[in-house]
Design a protein around this ligand. Structure first.
Ligand code: ZN
Length: 278
């Protein structure tokens, strides 16, 4: 029997659900279809902006829109142990390294270099801490200097060899491991962060098809690499278009007039709201 399509919608409970989110939820809902399963995950590890009322608001708005998820919503805040396991795994294989740089030091390094090194996605981390000697590293760790953990993308790519991912709109895409450079997998303030949490949870929730806005296409290169390093299953992707207003520019996510709750309060019906994200 073929595995049913499993998709997820993964908002951050740091604000109200807007039309742009509703579009993302609808893409995941539609792809799951009648036979498949649509899951909900709250990406709530981003600290102080997360508020309890936003979890409830998001769930209420999704229900109102008619997108009903299977099972309990997953909260990333309860999953730290698993992210740390993944981090330790990468650490033990020297695929990540501690980075002590502040934002300012990174900018100063870019200035020293004359120009920031460019990935295809824009300026990337100059690699300063990748070249620390082991005695420097030991001293700074012993001193308790705050640090992030960065993926050693070149080392990771050498280990995995060439990779691809399949996208339902873009076809087969060759992974460029250097696209975003040595990304942060664990932050100084919150520990394991977005890129790592997402791949660990997509595997845990057995997501077969990952839908996301095309603004995240570059991140997928990193995620595919991490899936391979962590021996996680390879999902299929669908990077969908973003909401655009009449002027064609991206809707500001924080534009409260476009919150689903505001549209509902203004007397719009579910059907009318869904028409806006067709
Ligand atoms: Zn650094």
């Amino acid at each position: 029997m073929p595995t049913p399509t499993r998709t997820r919608f993964a908002p951050s409970p740091t604000g109200r659900l807007h039309l742009g989110h509703a579009l993302a939820a609808k893409v995941a809902w539609d792809l799951a279809g009648g036979e498949g399963e649509f899951l909900l995950r709250h990406e709530d590890i981003d600290g102080p902006r997360v508020r309890e009322e936003f979890y409830q608001g998001i769930e209420r708005d999704l229900e109102w829109l008619g997108f009903h998820w299977v099972g309990e919503p997953l909260r990333q805040i309860s999953r730290g142990r698993f992210y740390n396991e993944a981090l330790e795994n990468l650490k033990s294989r020297h695929l990540i390294y501690p980075c002590f740089c502040t934002r300012r030091e990174i900018q100063e390094e870019w200035a020293r270099m004359g120009a920031a090194p460019q990935g295809d996605g824009g300026p990337i981390y100059p690699g300063t801490c990748r070249d620390l000697t082991s005695s420097q590293l030991t001293a700074r760790l012993a001193a308790g200097d705050p640090h992030a953990w960065r993926l050693d993308s070149a080392r990771a790519a050498a280990l995995t060899g060439p990779l691809t991912f399949t996208d339902l709109r873009h076809g087969e895409v060759e992974v460029n491991p250097e696209l975003l450079g040595d990304v942060v997998l664990a932050r100084k303030d919150i520990g394991p962060a977005y890129h790592l949490a997402v791949v660990v949870d997509d595997a845990f929730q057995q997501i077969s098809h990952i839908t996301r806005g095309e603004d995240l296409l570059e991140s997928t290169h990193v995620h595919r690499l991490l899936q391979e390093l962590l021996e996680l299953p390879e999902p299929i992707y669908l990077h969908h278009r973003l909401m655009a207003d009449d002027a064609g520019k991206r809707l500001a996510k924080r534009d409260d007039a476009l919150a689903i709750a505001a549209l509902r309060a203004s007397g719009m019906s579910r059907e009318e709201v869904l028409m806006m994200i067709r």
